[in-house]
Design a protein. Structure first.
Lengths: 123, 293, 279
């Protein structure tokens, strides 16, 4: 099963990125092989609809779990349609969050914010 | 760090005057002017150094390569924004969709970087002030607002409080400035226009899960309308956190490039200080305004 | 004759001037293009004769024709389309209505449909036909509403266009077909700073323009007046800071209909505009 996390750098100890749609990279962790791959986020420089494009990338990657600090409504619609479950990230690195997920310490993300009409989220 | 956003709905109610006062009173080291169409805050901030200017690039725009163009007129016909006429693309009408690029039979049109404004960053004495100016006639100013906020968060060193001067209206620049705000203060005035626009901006804020507070400026120009504002806010569970009297000192202060808070004995100066104290002691400490009731 | 009233800065008195100018003429049209916060109707209180919705076109997909080639997704600069679990999702609020996906789909699998973003109300208030646009809350751009207002304006009459504040695309759209522009300025450096911006805009459009100095304070320096003098801009009128005018305005009254001295003031202003700017 694949878990995907927005990260600020291409390494497993990189902090989880506060933004979902405009994160520079995603880390794709395979629970069977225990290996991590990094995907560039093509949506990072999007003029608009970044969450939607990022969510499309996630669905195409085959991930089934997303761990993120936050997510917008449009992206959530794409992820839900694609059967990806969204968990709320906790302070720390990507590795820390994978560990917490395995220990069942993460909760499902319920606070989905409305679309920002092409204009980015909290920074 | 707590982010306080000042909005108004109607222009001219005193948003920038109030924001400037809050900045001075809170001794905030991180503030921004998100009114990128008509930024004014820099005019009353003390001791600003020369800003670092960066060109801002929003949507790319289409450009016709005249040598390749065969004048078939297909692009002109297909453009939904009527941006093309006689082989010429009107840069203010073009919305960067790229359809003309795809449709041109001789590939005579390309997308090109277009600077729709500039970001300005003031950094001195440990303070960071982020603002921008949109070039006239441009849209997509919401994206520039997001860039102003990102410039602030990328550059600020340390501040307990950040103050954001928002823009008038309810459209995309306002929507963009709302994201990330912990406390939203709506500055209104007791006129029929002011009340009408205040209702719309409250609606807009609530649409984005924010519970704003209201402050009535120039409240004594029409005390009946002031009472109406108080009644209305009460009926929809919005707190009116203060009232500022009409004070000719405000014009003098602004024209001297100062904040009204630098005239603490003036009626408006006193009132703004009380409002700030309330925000500081009650709202910030109580983690107010997060999420709709 | 189309007169656009604009200011750069909000709260200088655009609507006060627009409404009173329209009401001081024998017959006129008042067009409210400040579609995010339309206020003219609060004063005119028109009897509404017609209300129309303003729509923008959005695509609709026929999944039976769609081959999932993703050409539309790759093309869309606004990321309004996504392909999930074999279904094409369309995000209406980020769609810019460019029509590209509809045109470019190799299977012609899209059709056009529409979505409402606001409305226009037409009504009568005494000698004034009021045309007011209103953008629904949460919507991004008022440009389509302003375009629609402009298409409804009669050609022969005096038209006063109440513009939005600032100098962004909505303002450009509002002044595009104007014969001249009246810039309303207040005596603060905020007002002057924004007057300069909006003056650049009217110059860019080659529109004849003049300035109305509002809320002038006796015995005090007026940075906006200095700006006009330094830049040789026509000063059409100076309205002093007037508590009675402010009070009438705050209650939603049209001053030219309440007191003859204001009727004279705005009739003179109209004459001045016709004489000095339109020559």
């Amino acid at each position: 099963m694949k878990i995907i996390i927005p990260v600020e750098g291409k390494n497993t100890d990189a902090p989880v990125c506060p933004s979902f749609g405009r994160t520079p990279f995603f880390m794709l962790f395979d629970t069977e092989t225990q290996k991590s791959d990094f995907i560039d986020n093509a949506a990072a420089n999007s003029q608009g609809g970044a969450g939607i494009k990022a969510a499309q990338t996630l669905v195409d990657s085959g991930a089934k779990i997303l761990i993120t600090y936050r997510c917008g409504q449009n992206a959530a619609d794409v992820l839900n349609a694609g059967g990806i479950k969204i968990y709320k990230a906790e302070n720390g690195s990507a590795n820390d969050n994978i560990k917490k997920y395995k220990e069942e310490k993460l909760s499902v993300l319920t606070d989905i914010h409305p679309g920002f009409h092409n204009h980015g989220g909290k920074n | 760090m707590k982010q306080i956003l000042i909005l108004s709905g109607k222009g001219g109610t005193g948003k920038t005057t109030v924001a400037g006062a809050f900045i001075e009173l809170s001794k905030s080291l991180a503030f921004a002017d998100c009114d990128v169409d008509a930024p004014n805050l820099h005019l009353i901030i003390d001791k600003l150094s020369e800003p670092k200017k960066t060109d801002y690039y929003g949507f790319q725009k289409a450009v016709i390569k005249n040598l390749k163009c065969t004048n078939c007129g297909l692009c002109e016909k297909i453009c939904r924004f009527t941006a093309i006429k006689n082989k010429f693309i009107n840069i203010h009408k073009c919305e960067g969709c790229g359809l003309c690029v795809e449709i041109c039979p001789v590939k005579a049109i390309v997308m090109s970087d277009y600077s729709s404004g500039s970001l300005m960053l003031y950094k001195n004495d440990g303070k960071v002030f982020s603002t921008a100016q949109l070039k006239m006639g441009n849209g997509a100013s919401g994206k520039l607002v997001a860039a102003v906020k990102k410039q602030l968060s990328d550059n600020f060193i340390d501040s307990k409080i950040s103050i954001i001067d928002g823009s008038p209206g309810i459209g995309c620049p306002v929507i963009a400035s709302v994201s990330g705000a912990d406390i939203v203060v709506i500055v209104t005035e007791p006129t029929v226009s002011g009340i009408h626009d205040m209702k719309r901006i409250i609606d807009t804020a609530r649409h984005f899960n924010i519970n704003p507070v209201v402050c009535i400026n120039k409240f004594d120009i029409n005390e009946e309308n002031t009472k109406e504002i108080e009644r209305y806010c009460d009926s929809i569970n919005i707190d009116v956190i203060g009232k500022i009297p009409f004070d000719p000192m405000v014009v003098k202060a602004v024209n001297n490039c100062k904040s009204i808070s630098q005239y603490p004995e003036s009626p408006a100066g006193k009132a703004v200080k009380e409002i700030w104290n309330f925000i500081d002691k009650k709202l910030i400490k109580a983690n107010f305004c997060k999420n709709k009731n | 004759m189309k007169i656009a009233v604009l200011s750069g800065k909000g709260g200088t008195g655009k609507t006060l001037v627009s409404v009173n100018l329209a009401c001081s003429a024998k017959k006129a049209v008042y067009a409210d293009c400040d579609v995010e916060e339309p206020n003219g109707q609060l004063f005119l209180k028109p009897i509404i004769t017609n209300k129309t919705s303003v729509t923008v076109t959005i695509p609709s997909i026929d999944l039976n024709k769609c081959t999932r080639c993703r050409k539309c997704i790759t093309f869309c600069k606004y990321n309004a389309l996504a392909l999930i679990n074999d279904k094409l999702m369309i995000f209406n609020e980020v769609c810019h209505s460019c029509g590209g996906c509809i045109v470019l789909c190799p299977q012609k699998a899209f059709t056009e449909t529409s979505r409402i973003i606001g409305s226009i109300e037409e009504g009568i208030s005494g000698n004034v036909l009021a045309v007011s646009g209103c953008l629904n809350t949460g919507e991004v751009s008022g440009v389509p509403i302003i375009k629609s207002i402009m298409s409804k304006l009669p050609k022969e009459e005096i038209v006063i266009i109440d513009c939005p504040p600032g100098s962004a695309c909505v303002v450009m759209e509002s002044i595009r077909s104007a014969d001249c522009c009246v810039l309303v300025a207040e005596p603060t450096i905020f007002g002057t700073h924004n007057l300069a911006m909006v003056y650049d805009l009217v110059k860019f459009f080659n529109k004849p323009a003049g300035v109305l100095l509002n809320k002038c304070l006796d015995g005090q320096e007026n940075p906006s007046e200095e700006f006009c003098i330094n830049n040789k801009i026509n000063i059409l009128a100076k309205i002093p800071f007037d508590e009675q005018l402010g009070s009438l305005n705050s209650q939603g009254f049209i001053s030219v209909r309440e007191d003859n001295k204001y009727k004279e003031l705005f009739e003179n202003l109209l004459t001045t505009i016709e004489k000095e700017i339109l020559q």
